[in-house]
Ligand binder design. Structure first.
Ligand SMILES: Cc1cc2nc3c(=O)[nH]c(=O)nc-3n(C[C@H](O)[C@H](O)[C@H](O)COP(=O)(O)O)c2cc1C
Length: 302
């Protein structure tokens, strides 16, 4: 028996470790490598048109993680769907979408549904903090976000997940999306931050500020998961600063059924393999499955 097996909103996974969106760019070869060990893979967010993103520098590596302002640089949806045709399907593939209106999201789903029959789900990017009108801005509009989920649930048979941010009024948003029929919520995307180069006296990123990821945001994301577990029934996927199997367990115990791993992939491409092996050892030593541990941190705190 595999002690790591899990299921989110009907999506069965060999383990709860998912690749977070945007990590490793838009090439299918990188996704295929990760899919061997990951429970699921989320592709980079795409919209209808190609996006160049911001000028370099777009990513800065600092003591406690990364700050990025890539600006959702990505190919057009149709081109990306072609690229994803070479996905090896060793674990479920989730396509992340960004857009500005209901119609755009509907069109995006139409493109991927017809091009990739083996696709498993969509993740709606309602939380990228550095693109005006999309991402985080969209998630601030509860009515529009709910309408998008409702409409997509009518249009596709695939799972629809929504990626939120700690910067949202995330309990209200998650409840609204749950009512709209979302299959699960991911929390959190990067949080806003910046870095200044003290020699030039200027902000390092061309966009001035960007999204902070990595260990710096872990306690914040963990608290979001803990809060949501008390408020919603839909599966929660934790994301933010996970670099060790202990981090994974904290998110699971706070109430996540699965987790996403982003920045840690930059430090080790073998991260999914090593996390998976450590979690198996932990589960065997405790004679439990990972699913037994979901939300147990609430037992002592009421
Ligand atoms: C370089 C980079 C690009 C990212 N691109 C996206 C993206 O396209 N869509 C998205 O929803 N999140 C994107 N993210 C956010 C990650 O998916 C993840 O939510 C965030 O980095 C927090 O997880 P981590 O601390 O494990 O990295 C990106 C993060 C980084 C560092």
């Amino acid at each position: 028996m595999n002690p790591l097996e899990t299921e989110i909103g009907g999506l069965r996974m060999k383990n709860p470790l998912m690749l977070a969106s945007g990590i490793l760019g838009s090439k299918v070869h990188s996704l295929n490598l990760i899919a061997r060990d990951a429970g699921a893979v989320v592709a980079k967010s795409v919209g209808l048109e190609e996006r160049e993103g911001y000028r370099n520098p777009t990513v800065v590596n600092w003591r406690c993680g990364l700050i990025n302002a890539i600006g959702l640089a990505s190919p057009a949806a149709r081109d990306f769907a072609e690229e994803l045709k070479d996905y090896t399907n060793e674990s479920p593939l989730i396509v992340s979408l960004y857009g500005y209106s209901v119609d755009e999201f509907v069109e995006l789903v139409r493109i991927f549904d017809s091009a990739l029959p083996y696709l498993h789900g969509y993740e709606l990017n309602l939380s990228c903090p550095h693109v005006k009108g999309a991402g985080l801005d969209l998630g601030m509009d509860l009515e529009l976000s709910s309408e998008i989920v409702e409409e997509l649930k009518r249009k596709t048979s695939h799972q629809v997940f929504a990626k939120l941010s700690a910067l949202h009024d995330y309990i209200r948003l998650a409840k609204a999306l749950e009512d709209a029929g979302v299959d699960g919520v991911v929390i959190s995307n990067t949080l806003r931050g910046m870095k200044i180069d003290i020699l030039s006296g200027r902000p390092v990123l061309s966009n001035i500020s960007g999204g902070v990821s990595g260990p710096a945001i872990k306690p914040v994301a963990l608290k979001c998961v803990y809060d949501l577990y008390k408020e919603v029934e839909v599966p929660i996927i934790g994301c933010g600063g996970i670099t060790s199997f202990e981090d994974v367990l904290e998110f699971i115990m706070a109430g996540a059924k699965a987790v996403q791993i982003g920045s840690a992939v930059y430090y080790s491409r073998r991260i999914f393999y090593s996390l998976k092996e450590s979690l198996i050892a932990f589960a065997r030593a405790r004679e439990c499955t990972i699913s037994d541990l979901v939300g147990i941190a609430h037992n002592s705190t009421g």
